[in-house]
Design a protein around this ligand. Structure first.
Ligand code: UDH
Ligand code: NGS
Length: 357
């Protein structure tokens, strides 16, 4: 081999070595920066996720009221003075309302279905909005015996409505034990008393189990005067049967309820107890507030007269004497025995012995 070709070869060899070395260096530097950028990206994603989940963790905690009167949510263990997220009050009119609703009772509904469609309802039928502070704490009291099919429709329709109304609410089914004559008003008094043992409710909605509102603008809350909500029922051709009618669904604040000494305890059987409540309201200088006929439309689930709830022959005499009897017959003279309290997924059932006529 000639000498100059051997020099050329050695030069080529060295050049190749250098190129390979440079390539290796280049790859190392690229890999180094790539791995570093992955670390940063991972940390960023982790950080983002923490930010996303943090308010959810906070929102299940009870808000406290700070010195400015604003509710703040504080994470457990931290100084209560450190505001993390403040819950604004919910608006006067919920932005979630949709207006008229289609209500029908042809297809059966199951409790499992209702539960899965209302994942935010807590055990015992409790709910409060996550993103704002509800304006009222409402206990919904249902007088009950042997109407499980009606109760399913009630839960099916009312839970979504009440959540859209942004209420802090609980559902209490007051089940009359035994088979003595039914006493609707006394059961409602029991519901008021028992619900208050559980939570500081400031408003009470008393609803028959078979009445469903046809418009979610008919808010199940309290007003400056006792409210009658079931003002245009399908069975009365969507109008009031008479001006003083206060039956079906009504609401009273705690203050209004106490002002009338609650409801009468001695109306056994069907009829008149709602007229007595109306008399109590007006005799204490209050009036009845109502939604419009359009917003107050509701449907009743058709049924036959229940056993042990025959028309009460004493009702006419009793409603003629409300003024004289209301001070000693009411929440101040209520006596009953709780037989059982059951916390179901969608409601609290309280079985009570209300005595006999
Ligand atoms: N209730 C029960 N079980 C009873 C009786 C009454 O759960 O055995 C409750 C229930 O919430 C009902 C409310 O009390 O919605 C009022 O009951 P009601 O049956 O006195 O009043 P309603 O207007 O029916 O529902 C009146 C008799 C209808 C007879 C119709 C005949 N076609
Ligand atoms: C009145 C009853 C009320 C009852 C209303 C509607 O006559 O308790 O009918 O009844 N008052 C008296 O009997 C004194 S309903 O047709 O919904 O069953 O709420």
């Amino acid at each position: 081999m000639p000498a100059d070709s051997s020099v050329n070869f050695s030069l080529l060899h060295r050049t190749c070595k250098l190129v390979v070395l440079l390539c290796f260096l280049h790859i190392s530097v690229t890999v180094f920066f790539y791995v570093r950028s992955m670390d940063v990206r991972f940390a960023f994603v982790q950080n983002q996720q923490m930010h996303k989940t943090a308010p959810r963790t906070n929102s299940v905690q009870a808000p406290v009221i700070n010195r400015t009167g604003k509710a703040v949510v504080v994470p457990g263990g931290q100084n209560a003075e450190t505001p993390v997220k403040s819950l604004e009050k919910c608006p006067e009119t919920s932005p979630l309302l949709v207006g008229p609703l289609r209500i029908e009772f042809q297809d059966p509904v199951s409790l499992e279905q209702i539960k899965s469609e209302n994942p935010n309802v807590q055990q015992g039928g409790r709910f409060k909005p996550k993103d704002c502070l509800a304006l009222q704490k409402v206990a919904i009291i249902i007088p009950f015996r042997n109407r499980d099919e009606h109760l399913k429709y009630w839960l099916y329709y009312l839970h979504p409505i009440l959540q859209r109304q942004q209420l802090d609410y609980g559902v209490y089914v007051i089940n009359q034990d035994g088979d003595v004559t039914f006493n609707r008003a006394k059961l409602l008094n029991v519901g008021y008393t028992e619900a208050l043992k559980e939570y500081d409710y400031d408003c009470f909605v008393f609803s028959d189990v078979d009445l469903i509102p046809m418009d979610d603008r008919n808010t199940y809350k309290c007003f400056s005067q006792p409210r009658h909500l079931s003002v245009s029922m399908d069975k009365f051709g969507f109008r009031l049967p008479y001006n003083q009618f206060f039956g079906g669904v009504s609401s009273l604040s705690k203050e209004q309820f106490l002002k009338i000494n609650g409801f009468p305890n001695n109306y056994w059987g069907w009829g008149g107890e709602d007229d007595d409540i109306y008399n109590r309201v007006v005799s204490r200088g209050m009036s009845v507030s109502r939604p419009s006929g359009e917003v107050g439309k509701c449907r009743m689930i058709r049924h036959n007269r229940d056993k042990k709830n025959e028309p009460n022959p004493q009702r006419f005499d009793r409603i003629n004497h409300t003024k004289e009897t209301m001070n000693k017959d009411g929440i101040n003279s209520l006596s009953y025995q709780v037989v059982k309290v059951e916390k179901f997924d969608l409601y609290t059932k309280i079985t009570v012995d209300v005595g006999k006529p």
